[in-house]
Design a protein around this ligand. Sequence first.
Ligand SMILES: Nc1nc2c(ncn2[C@@H]2O[C@H](COP(=O)(O)OP(=O)(O)OP(=O)(O)O)[C@@H](O)[C@H]2O)c(=O)[nH]1
Ligand SMILES: [Mg+2]
Length: 648
Amino acid sequence: MPHAPRGPRVVAIIGPYGGGKSTLCDALVAAAGGPARRGAAPRGGMRIAACNYLDEAWSLLDCPGSVEAMHETSAALAVADIAVLVCDPDPARALTVAPFLHAIDQAGIPALLFVNRIDTFSGRVRDTMAALQALTARRLVLREVPIRDGEAITGYVDVISERAYRYRRGEASEQIAVPDSMEEREQEARAALVEALADFDDGLLEKLIEDIKPTKAEIFDRLHAEEAGGTISEILFGCAERDSGVRRLWKALRHDAPAPVVTAERHGIGQGGALVQVFRTLNAGHGGKLSWARIWRGPVKDGATLDGKRIGGMWRAGEGDLVKIAEAEAGDIVALGRLDGVQTGTVLGGSATALAAPHPPVFALAISTVDRRDDVRLSGALEKLLEEDAGLALHQDAELGETILAGQGEMHLKAAMDRLAAAFGVRLKAARPRTAYRETIRQPVQQAARLKRQTGGHGQFADVTLELAPRPRGAGFAFVDRIVGGTVPRLYIPSVGAAAEDAARKGAFGYQVVDIEVTLVDGGFHAVDSSDMAFRTATRMAMQEALPKAEPVLLEPVHAVTISVPNIYTPTAQRLVGGRRGQILGYGERPGWMGWDDVEALIPHAELHDFIAELRSQTMGLGVFRHRFDHLAEAPPKLVQEVLKAAG
Ligand SMILES: Nc1nc2c(ncn2[C@@H]2O[C@H](COP(=O)(O)OP(=O)(O)OP(=O)(O)O)[C@@H](O)[C@H]2O)c(=O)[nH]1
Ligand SMILES: [Mg+2]
């Protein structure tokens, strides 16, 4: 079938950690006549490769597979025309694909599933498909059936064209006659494919009922239409390392990847002037910044100004290094220079679908510079780092005086700190963030305090009697004035209230005192020596004496936590909650995720620091959680001991 010129197309290569995405990307580039870069794939961020296959331009976005870098996959899906989801053939590992199936479903992007490592597999591809199907609403269909020689898969029969091929290493597969033994299996797979299509097409369904065999062209067209709409994805298989199935994948991509203008339409982008979307940002240490963008509408020229931002240099991914270009067209993936203040996800020249928000951070560290002299450069360097990596978050904890860097996991933060050192020369040390404990009192007390100072001429005098009483949890601080007969002049009473509240910032354990009522019941004054200052001081004295006598209690913040796991791990998640002084509130289906549960629980903040590591280690790396402050609860005696000991 001849192809009309469609413009440069973009493939997001996504899938779980170590599945062979980079190997497949290299194999695709090599099959297109580019340089073979086997084994040299850098670990970490997204890699952008470009090549021409049969005179058409392609960009390949090779995404990292780590669960801690999921936001990079989302960014790639937001700008790609089609996704290739690289899966492991072992049905027992299908679950690891779940987050990626969810991501393509959310993005509504056409996708092909490439079952890689077929060389290591002796099971049935049908079973792999069934395991994957349980995780997505998208209908999965087998496009090929494997030809086996003993255990090894040596080729395939294409279910639509009904042609058979034998793999040849480093070359296109060779067409062979369909082996007799394969016919029945191939017919079965073809029938299953047609049945799946008939679910979306009444005409096809009628034919099926009347036992009329649809033509190849009909099947092709239906499949193409459903794939373009993201309702059906076909499953191909191969071995990226031995080049098997790679040209077959190219053929499917050529056929199925929509033209950039079609993808732009899917994102609601109509006609108009230049429009680009930044999906990846990289800062070189010496101020050079590259914003990788998809051009939704072109042409775009170097030096042009879009939404007030001037493009200072334009490059395309080349063989090895970047290639400087002066102009790019719609569909291209380019690196744009010097777009100061432009964040990852920014759309210049119009509007487009926003990048999916990353999962809220699940791991945090309190950071500080190793060398205090780096402090001045820290905030600028952090700003650049956050610009590059949407999965990071930064905040200043004024109360505890800590700078908190949060992200998607321990490895993610370690990589971020390494990058800060390597690219910006700022070395950091990190510690576990402190917990913002609070305290309250259990016992009402009455306390009088008198300030009387005679220093030379003008003295100081104030006398107060305060009553401290506990309030219900969450009620906060309250000040009550019960002065009768002017024993404390009106004028000074607000100062007593303010000083009492101020003194409550540091209680018997050294933390802020909450949920108390302070009542001014009595006092005394001196016509000359009393002052605002004097009443403040007397109030502070009374508070400091009263608080330790009022049976102080340490309160710890408890967070409402939603833990999301594949439902076979729901009991595991519940057990982990129990192990962290938590309380299960309930569980139910995770909205929008087939086969996943949300477990709702209350867990003390102090127990959440390394929770993600344990959760992942027990759930094939898949479990995640989100949390927010819920309430304060009395800390158990053992924790009180620890906190007091740590405070010295
Ligand atoms: N047996 C076999 N090994 C493969 C195949 N494809 C890739 N590998 C190997 O699997 C390992 C991981 O491959 P990568 O291509 O780096 O995997 P990846 O998906 O890019 O990994 P991340 O980017 O870290 O998520 C490498 O040692 C590859 O050589 C395959 O088809 N069969
Ligand atoms: Mg890789």
